[in-house]
Write a new protein. Sequence first.
Length: 632
Amino acid sequence: MRSPLILAQLKQEELVLRGLATGLGQPRGLAALINAAYSKILALADHRAEVVKLARDYNARTPKDQVNDYDPDYVPPLIVRDFIPRAHDVIITTIEELEPLLDDFKSMLIKAKSRASALSGGWDAIQPDDAESETKSEENTEEGTGTLGGDSTFTLLDVPAEVLWHILIFACGDDINTTLATSQVCQQLRQTVVSSPLLWTRIDINFPVKRNILHMERSVDVPNLEVHASLLPNYEMTVEEGVDRIERFWSLIEPEAHRIRDLHMAFVHQEWLRAAMPILAGSTHKLRFLDVGVHNDFSIRELPAWDGSTVSCQPRILRLRGRPGWDVQDRFWGRVEDFEYMDSRLDNSPSSEGLAVLFERLGLMQHVLRSLQLSDLRFPREISIHGAPVAFTALTHLKVILVDDHGLQALRKLLQTPRLESLTIFFKRGRAAAWTDEPPEDNSFIFHIISNNPQLVDLDLTDFQLNPSQWSLLFERLPNIKRLRIAGSELQDHALISLYNSGGHQLDPAMPAYACPALIHLILENATYLRSDVVWDIVSVRHKYATSYGGSKLQSVVMRGVDMDHVREVDVRKIHSTVDHFVIEVFDVCTSEGSVDDSESEDFSEVEVSGDEWFKHKEPGEPLALVNPCPL
C-alpha cells in the first residue's frame, strides 16, 4: 500500500513538492527523487520574476483585439498573478493521482535527475538530507543569485520541463490557457513546452476544435488524456445546441478514446447526459478518474439517470455530484479506492430508497475503498435507514461535509472504520452537529469514531461547538493524533486547557500533563477570541516536556482569524523562536453598539504574517512579528 504524497506551498515565492518515502515499497526511491528534484530546484531561485517579465514581453506584442476565446485563431494572453496567495493547507494525493502512469513518471524524473546533475555537478549535491548542500542553497537564495550549485548561468529555462510547468502554474494560477500561451512567449519556452507531451493532455469541450486537435497531436506519445466534457447552465445555449456540441466533441475524440484516463462530465439537462453516454461507454478499462456531476435545474424535478448497461470501465477514483443514478453493474464499483459523493438536489427531498441504495453501493467498495467523502446529505427524521453495519477494512480517510444531525447518527450506525487515520468533519453552522445532551458515548458521531479509532493521526473539525469539558473529553481520546485543525467553532481559551494541562503531574516522565501527546501540527482558524498567551502555554509546556523526557514537540502552529487585541508580540516572538513553522493572521475588529460588523467597518483588515516580511501593528511603525512560513 502506497503512502500519500503531500503537496504544500512552503513559501510565498516557491511551490515545493515533497514525497513521503515511508511505506512506498518499490517506488521508495522515486519518492526520494521527487523530493530532491522538485524541492531543491524550485527553492534555489526566484523564478517567478522571470515568468512575470516573459509574460509582460509576450503580452506587449499580442494583438489586443483578439478577445474571443472560441475563435480558432485566438491567442490567449499569459496571465500572471500580481498578488501572492497565502499558504494553502496540505493537499494529500497518491502517486497515481499525481501522474497518470508510473512509467512516464519515472521517465520524467530520470530526465529531471539528469538535468539537475548537469547543472549542479552531481545529483548527490542536492539530496534533501545533505546538510552542507542545504546551507549552500539557503545562502544562494538569500543572496538572490538564482544559481544552482554555484552555476551562475542557471536560469528559468534550465530546469526540467515538468518542474518549469509547476513554476508556471504557480505564477499563472489555474488558468487553462497557460500551456498554449506559454508556448508562444519565446523560442526557448516554445521548445520546452512543445517537447513536453505531458503538458498537452487536457482535452476540453470548451476549447476551440483546432486547439483540441493540437493538444491531441502534441500528446500523442502519452497513453493518457484528461477529458473535460462539462456543459454548465448557459441561457444562450438551447438543449438541442448542447446535444449537438457534445456529439461533435465525441466524434472528435473517439479515435483517441483508448487514451482517456481522466473524465470529467457535468450537465443540467437529461438530454445532455444521454448525449454524453457514448463518451463514458467508450472509455476503456484504463479509465482511472471519473467525475460525473448532475446539477439540478429548476426545470427538472427528477434528475436523469445514466445507463449503466453500457459502462465497462472500473475507475479507481470516483466523484459523483447530484443523483446520476445507481443502475451501473456491480463490477463498476469493485475497484473504487477514492469515492466522493455530494447530493446537490434543490428540492431537499431524498427518499429512503435512494439513501439505502447509496449505502448498498458503498458496501460493494468496503474492502478496497481507502478515501470516502460524503457531502451535503440530507436525512429527514421521518426517513429511517436500516441495515447491518459495513466494515470498511481499507478505509483510512473519511470526510463528512455538511451532513445534518440525523445523517450523522445514521453514519454512526452503518459505518465501521477499523483502520481510519484521517477524519474531517464540516458541520452545518448553528447546529449541535454530532453532540447532544445525552452521554457522548451513546449518541455522538465524533465520539464514536475516535473511541473506535485510537490510531487516528489527523483530525479536522469545522463549526464544531462544544463546551470546555466536551473539548477536554475529545482531546483525551486522541492519543496518537499528530495534526489537529479546528476552524470556526467559536473556540475560546478555556477550550484548549487540556492541551497543556489535563490534571497530570507537570514534567512527569511516566505521564505527560496534557492531552494529545503525539501532536506536532496545530491549526486554529477563525478563532476570534483566542489569546496568544494560551497558544504559547501549549507550545512551551510541550517543548519543556519533550526536551526533558523525549516525545513530540509542536513543529508547526497556525493561528488565522484572530483579533489583534488578543495577540501579544512577546507571545508571537516566543512561539516563532520555539516551533519550526509559524503563521499568524490577525484583524482589527470595530465594535459598534456591542456588535462586530466586519462587512461595513473600514477598520476590518486581514493581515498575514509569513515569510521574511514585517507587518505593522495598529500603531504606525510598531512591528508585530517576524514569522517563518508553515507547510500546512
